[in-house]
Design a protein. Structure first.
Length: 265
């Protein structure tokens, strides 16, 4: 009983701190967006649009409908009854992302991420998106023409294949698990989720992401949401430590005792 009370108390303290940290990050992003460059779209040696660099935004954070440019109820009205019931029982204290778990797709955090492309004239075989916030991990997009495997083990970020359609990078992803939320409101999905992202650099500082979401297990038909990412030149990704089941320093709730750095114990 004591442990349960302590855990509850920690959740009451921790969740607001996480939310506050995200609000602070949003504030910093807002300041950066005041001086967004609007020059011509840069290109790589092979002629493709250059997406390299640090970006913020480009996906939902708090509300998939509102952040995605839709009216209230547009997505909610497409939800199957079971999905509506699941969402009605969720609140921010239950969010997997607050427990250092990945955010999935197309969600972003207020923290930056970096596109990594080839700089040479050779055709790219892979493209990577490195995330700073929370998961401090990467998405791997296969650019070599392969198809999705017929059998996939469900994962947080799925299996992504990409291609260029003119100046638009199209990322097709399947093989998701059903564990992450689309936003802080708790919009759910199933392992049938299929996303198609269309990333188009509008100018030097603006990158549009139009995402079509299809999940017949949770929604009656596909829907499309639209986001805008902004380039933050000169910024770098910072170390962000938040790992699944991280028990370092939480001995009060049955975790591991912090090591004594003075004697190595």
């Amino acid at each position: 009983m004591k442990k349960l009370l302590i855990i509850s108390a920690l959740l009451v303290v921790t969740v607001p701190l996480v939310a506050h940290a995200q609000e602070d990050a949003v504030g910093q992003v807002s300041k950066q967006r005041r001086n967004i460059p609007t020059g011509p779209v840069p290109r790589l040696a092979d002629g493709h649009v250059d997406l390299n660099g640090v970006w913020t935004g480009g996906g939902p954070v708090n509300d998939l409908e509102k952040d995605g440019g839709l009216k209230p109820g547009e997505i909610d009205n497409l939800m199957l009854p079971w999905a509506k019931e699941v969402m009605s029982k969720r609140d921010v204290t239950m969010e997997p992302h607050n427990q250092c778990l990945p955010m999935g797709v197309p969600r972003v955090t207020p923290f930056p991420y970096r596109f990594v492309q080839n700089y040479t004239h050779k055709a790219a075989t892979h493209l990577f998106i490195l995330h700073e916030g929370n998961i401090h991990t990467y998405r791997q997009i296969f650019m070599d023409g392969r198809q999705h495997p017929k059998e996939l083990d469900p994962t947080w970020l799925g299996h992504s294949i990409g291609k260029w359609e003119g100046d638009t990078l199209v990322i097709d992803t399947v093989g998701y698990n059903d564990k992450f939320w689309f936003d802080r409101r708790g919009h759910p999905h199933t392992e049938q989720l299929h996303t198609i992202e269309r990333w188009t650099r509008k100018d030097q500082g603006h990158l549009e992401n139009v995402v079509t979401i299809e999940d017949p297990g949770a929604y009656t038909k596909p829907f499309t949401v639209r986001f805008m990412a902004t380039w933050t030149p000169g910024d770098e990704l910072l170390e962000y430590i938040c790992q699944e089941n991280n028990q370092y320093g939480v001995g009060l709730v049955g975790g591991l005792k912090p090591p004594d750095v003075t004697n190595g114990k």
